[in-house]
Structure formats: structure tokens, C-alpha cells
Design a protein around this ligand. Structure first.
Ligand SMILES: NC(=O)c1ccc[n+]([C@@H]2O[C@H](COP(=O)([O-])OP(=O)(O)OC[C@H]3O[C@@H](n4cnc5c(N)ncnc54)[C@H](O)[C@@H]3O)[C@@H](O)[C@H]2O)c1
Ligand SMILES: [Zn+2]
Length: 360
């Protein structure tokens, strides 16, 4: 029975708990009642996740005295649009959800982002609960309050910062997650280690897929790392939160160049991390042995460290200019001077990045 480990997350205007453990979904009614008083809620989920867990969530909420409606959208990034958000709102209005109601996102990062966005705008903002069902969503996207949808021009261009009231990370749901989806989360985990936790980096080097407790404490640790960084800079203004973008400048460009089909986010990030380490050797004095250690660790989790031979590298470089971080032509690139630390640098040139991409 779910002995969940809780992480308290304090923000400027909010405080919420992220629970990580086994059997948490079964306790949903009780867990939600502790933080919210409204009765009506929408459970937003996708076509892969709904058949697996929606019934259990719905039953748990109903027996806890809530009146849930389940809204299922097609699985995949293509659903993360303003149109889909609007359709979800319409269903909520039709079901009579009001200002006292709340939204639960049951799914991976796509569901977390769009359900959070709906919660941020519905009646000018109602509470949001995250039930992340991918490892990536547990260690990254469910924490920090960033919500968004995509437009034809780019990812996450429309969104809001809206902190959840509760995050329920039930590790049992990961049993059905495809291996590739599971592994891609380790790119974000390794990123967290590089920017903030040398000890976790060393632990990952001897990580064996060793049972639920190890996974539970790894997830908790990553939630702590991300939330501590977010707490210092909730709205992305001081540069602290930007450290979480380590590896993402090139990673996003690779995702875009691959038309979001070739690589999963974590796989593109893995390549972006390699490029960021190459840049860091030149601009931040990262010892080259540490770059090798990073590559070794990425390999351990079956993540790519080289581009396929005939991948059009020039396309990656062209995609860079769509990056929000390149606004006004100024480059703000996150470098690591050594595993466990990171800082923003304005010394990095486009040539440095081009060379690093060339070496992938
Ligand atoms: N808000 C943030 O801070 C933040 C941070 C990182 C990423 N993101 C966003 O997260 C998204 C990526 O998240 P993701 O990788 O979780 O993608 P996803 O939500 O598309 O989930 C991946 C796939 O796994 C399926 N799935 C989910 N849980 C499952 C389970 N338990 N068993 C079997 N299948 C399951 C989904 O249906 C989907 O097909 C992107 O849209 C990205 O922009 C947001
Ligand atoms: Zn990421």
C-alpha cells in the first residue's frame, strides 16, 4: 500500500506537494480531498493512457465524493494545440464546471502541458492536479508550473505559468511505459545531475534497474533539483531557471530538424547535451574526461550520442534561429565548467555551436 514520499515545493505564491510512491492512484480521492474542496473536475487524458488508468482514477474520485468527467484526446504531440485546449474547455462548460472546479492531467508531458494550460485559463484560472504517467513527466514536466500549447510556428509558444495544487507520481504506472519512452527520461535526469548534482551523476554510473525503491528515490531527487531551481526563478527572469535548458538549445534544434518524428525529446536532448559539453570544454574549461563520462552515462541508458551519418546537420543549424533563447540575436548558452555545476555564458558564438553540431 502506497507509502508515498512527499516533496514540499514552495513557490512565490504557492506551495504544493509532489508525492512519489507505489499505489498512489488508488488513494486519489483521499489525496485530492486534502488539498481541494470543489466537487466537479475534469480528468484530461489521452487515448493510450485512458484504457490503462482512467477507470481507476474516475472510481477513486467518485468514491472520494467528487464528480469527475473524463476527457480523452488523441495521444501525441499533435494534440497540444489551442484548438484542442478550446475543445476541452467546451466540454467542461457543457458539463457545468465552474470556478470551484478543477482539472486533473492524467498522462505524459503532453497531457500535463495542455491540461495545465486549460486550468490556467478556464474561468481565469482553476486548480490543476498532475498525475504524470511517464518518467519524463514525473522528473520534469509535472514540476515547475510551465504549461503550454504549440502553434504551427513552434513548440510551447502559447502558455502560462500555473503551479499545480498537487503532483501524484504513482510509480506503478511506469510498468506499461514503452522502454524507449522510459529511457528518454534519463536524458533529463542526467541533465539534472550535470547542472546540479555530481553525487547523483556518480550513482547513475553504477545504476542497475534495481527495483521500485531506487526508482522512487531517484524521481524524488530529480523533483527536488528541478523545484529548487524553479523556486529561485519561477517566471524565468533572473537566468537561474534557464540552467534547466542545459543541452536544450541544440536539442530543440535537432528535434525540429527531425520534424519531431526522428527523435523523442529526450533523445534529441541527449545529443544536445553532448554538444553543450563540447562547447563547455572550449568556453568553460570542462575537462574532456568529464565529457567522456557524460557520453558513457548517456550510452548506459541507450541514448544517442552521435547523429545518424546522413542526418542533415545544416538543418539543425538553421533551426537554431527559431529558439526563443536567440531573441534579439544574443546567445545565452548554458555551459558546465564541471559535472555538478552550470552557468549561463554570453561568450559562446554561433561558430562554437556549429562546430559542436559538426562533431556529433
Ligand atoms: N512543462 C514543462 O516544463 C515541460 C518540460 C519538459 C517537457 N514538456 C513537454 O512534455 C511533452 C513530452 O512529454 P512525454 O514524453 O511524457 O510525452 P507524451 O505525453 O506524448 O507521452 C509519451 C507517450 O507515452 C504514452 N504514455 C503515457 N503514459 C503511459 C503509460 N504509463 N503507459 C503506456 N504509455 C504511456 C502517451 O500516450 C504517449 O504516446 C512535450 O510536449 C514537451 O514539450 C514540458
Ligand atoms: Zn527537456
Amino acid at each position: 500500500m502506497g507509502r508515498g514520499a512527499a516533496v514540499e515545493i514552495r513557490g512565490a505564491a504557492s506551495c504544493y506537494r509532489a508525492l512519489v510512491g507505489s499505489g498512489l492512484i488508488a488513494q486519489i480521492g483521499k489525496r485530492v480531498r486534502k488539498v481541494l474542496h470543489g466537487k466537479r473536475c475534469a480528468v484530461v487524458t489521452d487515448t493510450n493512457v485512458a484504457p490503462l488508468f482512467a477507470d481507476q482514477v474516475e472510481r477513486g474520485l467518485t468514491s472520494g465524493g467528487f464528480h469527475p468527467i473524463v476527457i480523452t484526446i488523441p495521444a501525441g504531440e499533435k494534440s497540444k494545440t489551442l484548438e484542442q485546449a478550446s475543445a476541452i474547455c467546451d466540454q467542461m462548460i457543457a458539463a457545468g464546471l465552474d470556478r470551484q472546479s478543477f482539472v486533473i492531467g492524467l498522462g505524459g508531458g503532453v497531457i500535463g502541458d495542455i491540461s495545465g494550460f486549460v486550468a490556467a485559463i478556464y474561468h481565469r484560472g482553476i486548480p490543476h492536479i498532475q498525475i504524470p504517467t511517464t518518467l519524463l513527466a514525473m522528473v520534469d514536466s509535472s514540476i515547475g508550473g510551465k504549461t503550454a500549447v504549440n502553434t504551427a510556428d513552434g513548440k510551447n509558444l502559447i502558455g502560462a505559468v500555473h503551479q499545480p495544487s498537487l503532483v501524484l507520481g504513482d510509480i506503478d504506472v511506469l510498468k506499461t511505459l514503452p522502454r524507449r519512452e522510459f529511457n528518454q527520461a534519463f536524458a533529463e535526469i542526467i541533465k539534472h545531475a550535470i547542472i546540479a548534482d555530481a553525487k547523483m551523476f556518480a550513482q547513475l554510473q553504477s545504476w542497475e534497474a534495481s527495483g521500485a525503491l531506487a526508482l522512487q528515490s531517484l524521481i524524488k531527487r530529480n523533483i527536488k533539483i528541478k523545484s529548487a531551481i524553479v523556486a529561485k526563478d519561477e517566471r524565468d527572469q533572473t537566468g537561474e531557471r534557464a540552467l534547466l535548458n542545459f543541452g536544450h538549445t541544440v536539442g530543440h534544434a535537432i528535434e525540429r530538424a527531425g520534424k519531431y518524428r526522428k527523435f523523442l525529446h529526450g533523445e534529441a536532448l541527449s545529443l544536445g547535451i553532448v554538444a553543450a559539453c563540447t562547447v563547455s570544454i572550449k568556453r568553460a574549461g570542462l575537462p574532456s574526461g568529464q565529457r567522456d563520462a557524460v557520453l558513457g552515462l548517456l550510452h548506459r541508458f541507450e541514448l544517442p550520442t552521435r547523429l545518424p551519418k546522413n542526418f542533415p546537420r545544416e538543418k539543425i543549424f538553421n533551426a537554431l534561429k527559431f529558439d526563443k533563447k536567440f531573441e534579439g540575436g544574443k546567445i545565452r548558452f548554458v555551459v558546465t565548467p564541471g559535472i555538478g555545476t552550470a552557468r549561463l555564458s554570453s561568450d559562446v558564438t554561433l561558430d562554437d555551436i556549429r562546430n559542436a553540431i559538426g562533431e556529433l
